[in-house]
Ligand binder design. Structure first.
Ligand code: SF4
Length: 252
């Protein structure tokens, strides 16, 4: 997928449009779905390669998406090790902004992603996936991503610079840590996507109905409203996988 595209159903709840500047990712997250989506072995997905002509496609097509949000990236981290040299992400953000398109960044690279904050403002979104509070768990599951504290510090910095901030709370591997992440970030995060843990048998041991209810209670405690449409706006959005699982349990 070297062009701006409409993501499949689950990813579409994150963004109507997305673009992948690279395939491969050096963060090595154990829960990553990108190798399967690219029909690659997990061990082969470490090699980062620029997707062909993506920047050219963005420069050519971005005007069709004026006023829309475009997410960078679902199948890699836009601030992966190769982008440090190539800076395709910076060029893509510039091309999107030049055409009135709002970039939505999703990165676990921590401080590396502040490089392009000068290009972002209140029409842009900067986000990170937060899975763990505990460094040991993060190192076990996301061995080469920035540690949780660094990711949170970068979100705070984005917020202080007037950039909209968002967090993907998915996968939820240890619900208590997800709750703690909400406690730690609610002061500087504008939008949360709350999901579950998919494609792993171990997720069956979590009481998802209770998780859903407890997460909503915590959001309510902090005055964070639930938004029902999967748009980027102030509040939290519960992903349909989690809602479906709660309904399934209720109907059992
Ligand atoms: S940061 Fe995203 S794309 Fe990269 S390995 Fe982790 S889950 Fe996969």
């Amino acid at each position: 997928m070297s062009q701006i595209y409409v993501p499949g159903k689950a990813a579409n709840e994150y963004s109507r449009y997305a673009v992948n500047l690279y395939t491969g990712c050096n963060h090595g997250c154990k829960y990553c779905y990108a190798p399967a989506a690219n029909r690659k072995k997990r061990e082969d997905y470490f090699t980062v390669i620029p997707t062909k002509d993506t920047l050219k496609h963005i420069e050519r097509d971005a005007h069709h998406y004026k006023g829309e949000n475009v997410l960078l990236c679902f199948l890699t981290d836009p601030y992966n090790s190769l982008d440090t040299q190539l800076q395709l992400t910076r060029q893509a953000i510039k091309a999107l902004r030049d055409n009135g398109v709002n970039p939505v960044i999703l990165s676990k690279a921590g401080a590396l992603s502040t490089r392009d904050f000068d290009l972002l403002d209140s029409s842009s979104w900067y986000g990170s996936t937060l899975t763990f509070v505990n460094d040991e768990d993060s190192m076990e599951w996301e061995p080469f991503a920035a540690l949780p504290e660094e990711r949170m510090a970068v979100l705070k910095e984005a917020h202080e610079r007037g950039i909209n901030t968002w967090v993907s709370l998915e996968p939820v591997i240890i619900p208590e840590q997800t709750f703690e992440l909400i406690h730690l970030t609610h002061g500087f995060v504008d939008h949360y996507k709350v999901g579950k843990w998919n494609h792993d048998q171990r997720a069956n041991s979590t009481d998802w109905k209770k998780f859903h209810s407890d997460a909503k209670t915590i959001m309510k405690k902090y005055g964070i409203k639930q938004v029902m449409e999967p748009k980027f706006e102030k509040g939290f959005y519960v992903k349909s996988d989690l809602i479906k699982e709660c309904l399934r349990v209720e109907n059992d």
